[in-house]
Design a protein around this ligand. Structure first.
Ligand code: AKG
Length: 337
C-alpha cells in the first residue's frame, strides 16, 4: 500500500479526533483478569492474573524486565523472516511502513534488500508481521502488565547490520517512554523476541536493572564520531555506576520490559544481520498527554515532520495523531487510545 492510502487513513483518523469512543470495538474476549492490587497491594508494575509466578512478578517489580524462554515458535519466526524479506524487496508496501537504513549507507542507491534495510518500523498494516502482536503466547504475558484491554502501539523488526567500523550499529542507552505521548507508564510494556541466538558479539540488548523506578530523563542525539541513526535518541546523563545486564537470548526467547527501563544494544561485530521483532503494547485505558514544553518536545517535532513528509499531510498533525494512526486493538475494548 502506498503513501496516498496511508495519508487517507491518517486523515480518517484525524477526522475522528475528539471522539475516541468511535474505536470502542470488541475484539477478542478478555481472559477475565482481576483488577490490579486486589490481592497484592504491594505490586505496582504487574497485575494479578495467575500467569506470572510470584518469583517472576517480584523479579519484574524489582528489575523492570522479565525474560521468558522459548516463547515464540521457530515456524512463526521463519514466517516473520520471510515476510521481512518481502517487505525489504518492496513486493508488498503496507500503509505507514518505514524501511530504515544505517546512517553510513542512508544516502546510497543500493536496491532495497534485507542486506540494506536495518529496521522495518510500523508494520501494523502488514497482516503477516502483525500476527506477532496477536500471538496468544505473547498476549498472555502482556496482559500481566497492561490488563485486559490491549493496544499494539509500536511495531519494529530490527535487522542490526554488521558494523562498518564506525560503531553506528550501536543503539544508545534510552527509555522508550521518551517516544510515547501516553500514560500511565506502568500500563505500557515492550515485548522483544530474539529471532536467532543473540549475545554480545552480534549486539544483544543491555539493560540497567531497576531504572524503571526512576523518572523520564531528557534525550537527544549522542555526539558519536561515526554518525547516529535517525531517531536514535539517547540519555545524556545516567548513573555510570548502575549495574548492567547483557541479555543473551536464544531464538524465540522474549523479554518484556517497562518503558522507563534504561536499555540499549551494542555493536554487531559479526558478518550476519542480527534480527529481533518487537511490539510496544499499552492498556487501551491509557490517555494521551500533550508533550509541548516537556523533554519530549524534540522527538514530537521530529516524528511529526517525518509523518508529514511520508504521508503528505500538512499542518496541525500532532504526535498524538500519529500514535492514533499507528495503534491497533489486539484484545478487549478500544477505550481511549
Ligand atoms: O534491538 C535493538 O538493538 C534495540 C532496540 C531498542 O532498544 C529500541 O528500538 O528501542
Amino acid at each position: 500500500m502506498d503513501g496516498a492510502r496511508a495519508a487517507s487513513r491518517l486523515r480518517v483518523v484525524l477526522g475522528h479526533l475528539g471522539c475516541p469512543s468511535a474505536g470502542a470495538v470488541i475484539a477478542h474476549p478478555t481472559s477475565g483478569a482481576v483488577p490490579s492490587a486486589s490481592f497484592h497491594p504491594q505490586f505496582q508494575y504487574t497485575r494479578d492474573n495467575n500467569v506470572l509466578s510470584l518469583e517472576q512478578r517480584k523479579f519484574y517489580e524489582e528489575n523492570g524486565f522479565l525474560v521468558i524462554k522459548n516463547l515464540v515458535s521457530d515456524a512463526d519466526i521463519e514466517r516473520f523472516r520471510n515476510e521481512f524479506e518481502r517487505l525489504c524487496r518492496q513486493e508488498v508496501k503496507p500503509a505507514g511502513l518505514m524501511l530504515m537504513k544505517d546512517v553510513t549507507i542512508a544516502k546510497s542507491k543500493y536496491a532495497p534488500s534485507e542486506k540494506v534495510i536495518t529496521k522495518a518500523q510500523d508494520f501494523q498494516e502488514d497482516e503477516e508481521l502483525f500476527r506477532y502482536c496477536t500471538l496468544p503466547e505473547i498476549l498472555k504475558y502482556v496482559e500481566c502488565f497492561t490488563g485486559p484491554n490491549i493496544m499494539a502501539m509500536h511495531t519494529m523488526l530490527i535487522n542490526k547490520p554488521p558494523d562498518s567500523g564506525k560503531k553506528t550499529s550501536r543503539h544508545p542507552l534510552h527509555q522508550d517512554l521518551h517516544y510515547f505521548p501516553f500514560r500511565p507508564s506502568d500500563s505500557i510494556v515492550c515485548a522483544w523476541t530474539a529471532m536467532e541466538h543473540i549475545d554480545r558479539n552480534n549486539g544483544c540488548l543491555v539493560v540497567l536493572p531497576g531504572t524503571h523506578k526512576g523518572t523520564l530523563k531528557p534525550h537527544d542525539y549522542p555526539k558519536w564520531e561515526g554518525g547516529v541513526n535517525i531517531m536514535f535518541h539517547g540519555i545524556q546523563d545516567y548513573d555510570e555506576n548502575n549495574a548492567r545486564v547483557h541479555l543473551v537470548m536464544e531464538k524465540g526467547d522474549t523479554v518484556f520490559f517497562h518503558p522507563l527501563l534504561i536499555h540499549g544494544s551494542g555493536q554487531n561485530r559479526t558478518q550476519g544481520f542480527r534480527k529481533a521483532i518487537s511490539c510496544h503494547f499499552a492498556s487501551a485505558d491509557c490517555h494521551y498527554i500533550d508533550v509541548k514544553g516537556t523533554s519530549q518536545e524534540n522527538i514530537e517535532n521530529e516524528i511529526v515532520s517525518l509523518a508529514e513528509k511520508l504521508y503528505g499531510v500538512k499542518d496541525g498533525v500532532s504526535l498524538k495523531d500519529v500514535w492514533r494512526f499507528r495503534g491497533r486493538l489486539v484484545k478487549g475494548q478500544r477505550v481511549n487510545l
